[in-house]
Ligand binder design. Sequence first.
Ligand SMILES: CC(C)(COP(=O)(O)OP(=O)(O)OC[C@H]1O[C@@H](n2cnc3c(N)ncnc32)[C@H](O)[C@@H]1OP(=O)(O)O)[C@@H](O)C(=O)NCCC(=O)NCCS
Length: 146
Amino acid sequence: MEPLNIKDMYLSDFKKIENIYDTEFPNTWKISILESELNNSSSKYIVAYMSEKIVGFAGVLFSVDTADITNIVVRKSYRHMGIGSKLLEELINLTKENNKACLTLEVNINNVYAQQLYNKYNFKNLGIRKKYYNGTDDAYIMTLYL
Ligand SMILES: CC(C)(COP(=O)(O)OP(=O)(O)OC[C@H]1O[C@@H](n2cnc3c(N)ncnc32)[C@H](O)[C@@H]1OP(=O)(O)O)[C@@H](O)C(=O)NCCC(=O)NCCS
């Protein structure tokens, strides 16, 4: 596997994936929401590059003493190669560096791979948000205490 380089994500990175966003990064946030999140001073976004190619990105929103994962996505043809794990490790490190007590997220109860990723890093399933996704699918609330 080519070396993976994880950096802070800026609007200029995002511009590089705009034209492939819907096909290569499907079922994530609408592009307009992501764009505004990149300008939110309480959020931090990171991007994974392999050579010159963006292969994933992830974001976290900090509040007073906690952090929430807003997004973590790997380019379709690059999944199950460890990139999601590397992005998540970096989000965990950022949360520790910012002295937050825990890192929380919601995950669709049908999204088994994402749940496996979070289980691998000892996130605990703390409950369910009913009909969280599109008014139909339930979400698990998963938290890692630091
Ligand atoms: C969830 C997601 C980010 C994982 O990224 P990834 O790069 O594939 O993750 P990794 O390769 O680091 O795999 C992490 C773990 O997930 C599980 N997993 C991921 N893909 C898998 C697959 N195709 N088959 C079996 N297990 C898989 C494994 O347990 C794996 O750990 P292991 O390889 O050490 O056994 C990716 O599937 C994705 O982008 N999904 C769409 C967006 C999404 O659903 N994001 C989560 C929102 S809450």
